[in-house]
Write a protein that binds this ligand. Structure first.
Ligand SMILES: NC(=O)c1ccc[n+]([C@@H]2O[C@H](COP(=O)([O-])OP(=O)(O)OC[C@H]3O[C@@H](n4cnc5c(N)ncnc54)[C@H](OP(=O)(O)O)[C@@H]3O)[C@@H](O)[C@H]2O)c1
Length: 253
């Protein structure tokens, strides 16, 4: 295959299969359920070696056993991304494995209580900021040496960043700040840095959505796999000059 060059003169995303444009190696945070799990399975079933991380043993064990059954190239690590140790440990592991990352998706997220801002405890506020903002900041900077040519970093955001809403508190604040953080990484990365995308997944049939809207019928919501497919399609189409762009779903709510 003769690789085509992007307008910045870089090599393209190192596709496993040029027809489907599948990345070789990816890291998706929070890959044990919801959108993260859908992304991990979609990528691994296409042949991408996928690293993922989540806090709970149960989810990690279930994913490892599914990977064994299907023979999928998934490396599931247990860890809490809000700690100082976990992002460092992941960066060391990827370096030890000699990984050149084509795709990083900052998917792991925490909702927090759906109450007015003044009723948030300081502990809940800090926990949401740590999961949704500080962890993606830290992991990205630590993984900068691991990104390959034309690699992509996707920051999963939310529709709540559009205007002021009530009862989303630190969740909304963290996602607004996350979009700024992504923009800064895009601007400061220049032509040598990874291509940055902000992705608004819209609503999805996941545990987080059920926690936010307990009275809603989940059957009315799009499956995370549909959203994962669209995230990957939109991300791979992004060019270097579009780094930092906010991508929204074309289909569904
Ligand atoms: N669901 C929606 O409708 C919706 C709408 C807009 C935006 N989003 C965004 O989309 C992303 C995925 O949402 P989702 O609905 O799929 O969420 P979810 O069902 O709650 O899944 C979250 C995943 O992240 C992991 N995780 C959470 N905190 C972590 C931490 N500190 N360290 C490591 N892993 C952690 C969870 O595993 P453990 O619990 O085991 O750690 C789980 O695998 C989030 O960024 C969310 O804000 C969702």
């Amino acid at each position: 295959m003769t690789p085509h060059l992007t307008e910045a003169g870089r090599e393209p995303w190192r596709y496993l299969d040029p027809m489907t444009m599948t990345p070789r190696t990816a890291l998706v945070t929070g890959g044990t359920r919801g959108l993260g799990l859908a992304l991990v399975l979609r990528l691994a079933r296409a042949g991408t070696v996928v690293y993922t991380v989540a806090r709970r043993r149960r989810g990690i064990d279930a994913l490892r056993s599914l990977a064994r059954q299907e023979g999928l190239p998934i490396i599931a690590l247990q860890g809490d991304l809000t700690t100082l140790g976990t992002p460092r440990r992941i960066a060391r592991r990827l370096a030890k494995d000699g990984v050149v990352l084509d795709l990083l998706v900052h998917n792991a997220g925490l909702l927090g209580p759906r109450v007015p801002l003044a009723d948030w405890s300081r502990r809940d506020f800090d926990a949401v900021i740590a999961a949704n903002l500080s962890a993606p900041f830290d992991l990205t900077r630590r993984l900068l040496p691991r990104f390959g040519p034309d690699s992509r970093v996707v920051f999963v955001s939310s529709g709540v960043t559009r205007g002021i809403r009530t009862r989303w508190g630190a969740y909304q604040i963290s996602k607004v700040a996350l979009e700024t953080l992504a923009g800064i990484y895009a601007a400061e990365g220049g032509d040598d840095g990874p291509i940055i995308a902000i992705f608004d997944p819209g609503v999805m049939r996941t545990a987080m959505r059920a926690e936010a809207y307990p009275d809603e019928d989940p059957a009315t919501l799009p499956e995370p796999d549909m959203v994962a497919e669209e995230l990957l399609e939109l991300t791979k189409a992004l060019t270097a000059s579009e780094s930092g762009r906010r991508l929204t779903r074309r289909l569904g709510r």
